[in-house]
Design a protein around this ligand. Structure first.
Ligand code: 4NP
Length: 156
């Protein structure tokens, strides 16, 4: 089982959408049984909340089901997950500050898998609805590439 955790700041916009996109790609390939997928936030602002209404809307527009309650990342996640994918460099910094020397885990920026080589998935929280469409399209392509990377690496 390969365990993947997507992480952003609040866990109501970007990372639950990333989780839903990854899950839908797994289903398309009948690979759901090979993975455990989750998401979390570095902050505690929205613990227990559903995804942002704008996240749910963009997910629906793209035929994605999104079911998640926001939670905060914990140090236990470093021993639980094989890959932690940060949405932006600020998330990555926060994650690395929390990490206590477990070197087996791979902590990466999701946009390392984006051919455009921008580093951050922009935080859409304070913007308009277009921001969520942009986030969806960035995540869809980066996650497609991430999944191809995983299939090669793990012979799936
Ligand atoms: P996310 O977006 O990190 O993509 O879930 C945000 C959600 C909430 C806040 C910031 C970003 N906030 O400041 O409450």
């Amino acid at each position: 089982m390969i365990k993947i955790l997507f992480v952003c700041l609040g866990n109501i916009c970007r990372s639950p959408l990333a989780e839903a996109i990854f899950n839908s790609k797994l289903e398309r390939l009948s690979l759901q049984d090979k993975f455990i997928v989750d998401s979390a936030g570095t902050a505690d602002y929205h613990i227990g909340e559903n995804p942002d209404a704008r996240t749910i809307k963009v997910a629906k527009l793209n035929n994605l089901q999104i079911i998640h309650k926001a939670r905060q990342i914990t140090t236990m996640d470093f021993s639980e997950f094989d890959y932690i994918l940060a949405m932006d460099r600020s998330n990555l910094e926060n994650i690395e500050t929390l990490q206590d020397g477990n070197n087996n885990i791979k902590i990466l920026l999701i946009r390392e898998f984006d051919k455009k080589k921008e580093l951050d998935v922009p935080d859409p929280y304070y913007g308009g609805k277009d921001g969520f469409k942009i986030v969806y399209s960035i995540l869809d392509s980066a996650i497609e590439n991430f999944l191809q990377f995983l299939r090669k690496k793990h012979n799936l």
